[in-house]
Design a protein around this ligand. Structure first.
Ligand code: SME
Length: 157
C-alpha cells in the first residue's frame, strides 16, 4: 500500500529533492505503466498544486490523453501541433512563459497561462510527453526542467 506523501516546503529545488525519492518509492516494484503514470501526476499535483498535469501517450500518429490531474482536457494532439505536439516533434523540453505568445498553442482551458512539456524518450523515440499547466504566467524554469526530466527518466516504459 502506498504511504501518504510527505509534502515539503522550502525552495522549489528543495521540494523536488524531497519529492523525487518518494516518487521513486511509489513506482518501484509496480510494473503497471498506467498505475505509475497516475501516481506520478498525483504526487506532483499534491506537492506543487499546479492547475493541470498529465501525460499524453504516443499512439500511432497522435498523442492521446493518459493519466492526469485537473480539469478535463483535449484528448488527441497531432505531431507538431500545440506545445505538446511541438515537444514530440523536437524531442526536447519546451518551457512556455506565456501560452498566448506560443503560436498554435492549444487552449484546453482559458485559465492556463504558462506551460512546460517534457518528452519521455525511449530507444531514441518519444513515447509520451509530460504536460504541466500553471494558472500563473512564467511559472516554469530550468529547475523544473532538470527535475521533471529526472522524474520521466525513472519511469520503466
Ligand atoms: N496546451 C497544450 C494542450 C494540452 S492541455 O494544456 C492539457 C498544447 O498546446 O499542446
Amino acid at each position: 500500500m502506498a504511504e501518504d506523501l510527505i509534502i515539503s516546503s522550502g525552495t522549489k529545488e528543495e521540494q523536488y529533492k524531497a519529492l523525487i525519492p518518494q516518487i521513486k518509492a511509489l513506482i518501484t516494484g509496480e510494473s503497471d505503466l498506467i498505475a505509475n503514470l497516475a501516481n506520478i501526476t498525483a504526487a506532483l499535483k499534491e506537492q506543487f498544486c499546479w492547475f493541470w498535469i498529465g501525460f499524453y501517450l504516443v499512439k500511432k500518429n497522435e498523442l492521446v490523453l493518459g493519466p492526469f490531474q485537473g480539469p478535463v482536457a483535449c484528448t488527441r494532439i497531432r505531431k507538431g501541433k500545440g506545445v505538446c505536439g511541438s515537444c514530440w516533434e523536437k524531442s526536447s523540453t519546451l518551457i512556455v512563459p506565456d501560452v498566448e505568445k506560443f503560436p498554435g498553442h492549444i487552449a484546453c482551458s482559458s485559465l492556463s497561462k504558462s506551460e512546460i512539456v517534457v518528452p519521455v524518450v525511449r530507444n531514441m523515440e518519444v513515447v509520451a510527453v509530460l504536460d504541466i499547466d500553471s494558472n500563473q504566467l512564467n511559472n516554469f524554469d530550468s529547475i523544473d526542467q532538470v527535475y521533471l526530466e529526472k522524474v520521466v527518466a525513472m519511469i520503466e516504459w
